[in-house]
Design a protein. Structure first.
Length: 174
């Protein structure tokens, strides 16, 4: 989900909530009606207009904090500088050295597959990470250009970046 519409919707809901609070206060607030009496007055409606939008705004802000968006940008096709073949180590090995433990689990799971693509939910099960942690790790890897992310129905299809796949294919015995 995009951040701008979410923030805009939250701001609109908070403004509606403030309007509801102001009108609720002008109608007399909580005071003066007695106990046990149920009435549907404009005061009750203003209270509802205050509470519901505020709850929805808090939920939307919480969602945007808990699940950051995965940037879907084109991965780098080749590195800027390639060392001579004699000095060159496997690009995948070099990438693996700079990754943290969770990122390494995800890249190893992708590299172990024949097609080097997996669904995000399958990566979650194969690595043993939680759903949120898997999402955050993939967001970091996609931002760095190590994996590419493609929407696939209700999940994401994750693949190693082209520059990692080509190098790996060339190093495999024929």
């Amino acid at each position: 989900m995009q951040k701008k519409p979410l923030v805009l919707a939250s701001v609109v809901l908070i403004i509606i909530s403030i309007i509801g609070l102001v009108f609720f206060a002008f109608e007399g607030g909580f005071g003066g009606r007695g106990y046990g009496r149920v009435d549907v007055s404009p005061r009750s409606l203003w209270l509802i207009m205050f509470v519901l939008p505020l709850v929805f705004a808090i939920v939307m802000i919480g969602y945007s904090v808990a699940f950051p968006t995965i940037e879907q940008k084109k991965p780098q096709t080749k590195p800027d500088w390639v060392p001579p073949k004699a000095e060159r180590e496997s690009t995948l090995d070099a990438v693996m050295r700079v990754l943290n433990e969770d990122e390494r689990k995800v890249v190893e799971a992708l590299a172990a597959t024949e097609t080097e693509t997996m669904l995000q939910k399958d990566i979650r099960w194969k690595t043993g990470l939680t759903r949120v942690k898997t999402h955050r790790v993939l967001a970091r890897l996609a931002k760095r250009g190590i994996v590419s992310v493609e929407k696939y129905y209700n999940t994401n299809k994750i693949a190693l970046a082209d520059w990692l796949r080509k190098e790996r294919r060339n190093s495999l015995p024929q």
